[in-house]
Structure formats: C-alpha cells, structure tokens
Design a protein. Structure first.
Length: 267
C-alpha cells in the first residue's frame, strides 16, 4: 500500500516521537495496535482473532472537477491520503457525541482524558500507555462523579443514552447499509443529523454521508482555495459544495478534511 499522508483526524491517534499510534477496538471483541511511521504501518494483535482493519487510500480524482480548480491545486499537494475506517461503530458514535457543540481541539482533549481514566489500555515499549474508549457496558457503570472528574459532565446523559441504545440495537445497526444507518442512529435521543453523519462516515469511510456543510469543511475549503467565494453559512455552503464537487463529493470532503488535518497538525 502506497500513500503520502496519514489522516489522523480521529482523537484516538497519539504521537510518540516520530510515530503515530492508535489502539483500535473492533466490534466483536478484537483489538489491534497500529503504529505509523512515515509510510509504514505496523499492526500488533492485542486481543481476539478478527483480521486487522482495512486502510483506504484517497487521491484527487482524475480528471478532477474543473469547477474546483483552485481547490484542486491545494488538495493535489497531499498525494495519496490513507485513512483507517473506524472498526468500532460504538467508538465512532461515542466520538461523535463527544464532538457535539465543542471545538475539535477541546473534544480531542476530553476524549483522550476519558479514555485514559476509564478505557482499556496497553503499555508501549517506550513506557507510554495508550487507551481506547470505554465499552458501552463500562460507560453505564460510571458514576456521575466519574464523568465530572473527566470533564465530561455535560456529555454524561448523551453518552449513557448512546451506550444503552448500542447495547440494545448495535448488532442490528452493524447489518445496515451506511445510508440507512445514518437515519437509524437519529432515533437515539441526543443523536441528530450531524452526529449520525459524522459517526457513520468515520465507521464506513463513506464521506458523502459526512455533514459536509459543517465548520471544519467550510474552514479548510477557504484555506485551500481562498480566492473562491465560499458561502459563510452552513446551508448555502453545503449547496455550493455539492455543486462544485459533483459526483466526487465524498473524496473532496475527505481530502479537504485531510488538508486541514495537515495544516493544523491534529495529533
């Protein structure tokens, strides 16, 4: 597999020197540790016997959309972008809940602290511990004080509701197509269109389902193509984005988020 840039937008990615590491739970009980250095990915089995998760590579389509000429120039600098679809729908849903309303940097901080306090972990060879998000069963055992001490008091109710719903319906959810799953997740109290779309895009790597009018896409589209007259409001931007990207909407959305990840140094 050849790629130029690894998309580390998910807050589970941690940096360890020149490496990026992530503990990946897989729905079904398996867990893998993935370590990335340069263009090399190394997988270590932690538990279970399910195969290592897949990695998808995205690049600017050929031919690229003419309507996106300025955007193309910036996105082409990324080359091939590798992204791991989240192999845990539970983690994808929980991550979307944590990201609700707050800035990405704050969500990343809260997610990581919650993992470090309450999630399963492994010790790396350099004595750095890395943890994954607590299981839905574990979330439901946590006290109000556990949430408060992790800075997650205002996420307590939606996370508990999401955990209850996943335990009740998760097996069925995993059998649904991504587009149907987006609608189904919105039946959970506290899960709206943004959270459902973000979670399913993370899990499936189908970026046509991501809420592409959101602040992240708007921000990095303007950075990538500052000469374009990108609308400021979400609804008008979304219409413009659909028109400009056409049938390559998902690829452009993912690459624009990757461009932002590189610019911001997400890990």
């Amino acid at each position: 597999m050849s790629f130029n840039f690894l998309q580390t937008d998910h807050p589970a990615w941690r940096s360890a020197g020149a490496r990026h590491v992530r503990l990946l739970p897989v729905d079904g009980g398996t867990a893998w540790l993935v370590e990335a250095q340069g263009q090399q990915l190394t997988w270590t089995s932690i538990s279970g016997d399910q195969p290592a998760p897949s990695v998808d590579v995205y690049a600017l389509p050929a031919p690229a959309r003419r309507e996106a000429a300025g955007l193309n120039a910036s996105l082409a600098t990324l080359g091939g972008v590798a992204r791991l679809p989240n192999p845990s729908l539970w983690d994808a849903l929980a991550t979307a809940v944590v990201r609700q309303v707050i800035r990405a940097a704050q969500a990343r901080k809260l997610y990581r602290e919650f993992c470090d306090r309450h999630g399963p972990g492994v010790a790396l060879s350099d004595e750095m511990d890395i943890h994954s998000f607590p299981s839905p069963e574990r979330v439901l055992t946590l006290s109000d004080g556990d949430f408060t001490n992790s800075g997650m008091a205002f996420k307590r109710r939606p996370l508990r509701r999401a955990a209850e719903a996943f335990l009740a319906h998760g097996e069925n959810w995993l059998s649904l197509s991504p587009s149907v799953l987006v609608k189904e997740l919105q039946t959970v109290p506290g899960i709206g269109p943004w959270s459902a779309g973000a979670a399913v895009a993370d899990w499936s790597n189908d970026w046509t389902l991501y809420p592409y009018g959101d602040l992240a896409v708007r921000t990095w589209a303007r950075h990538a193509d500052p000469d374009a007259a990108w609308p400021m409001d979400e609804r008008t931007f979304a219409r413009t984005w659909r028109r400009v990207t056409g049938d390559q909407l998902g690829t452009y959305t993912l690459l624009t988020l990757a461009f932002g990840c590189r610019q911001a140094g997400a890990v």
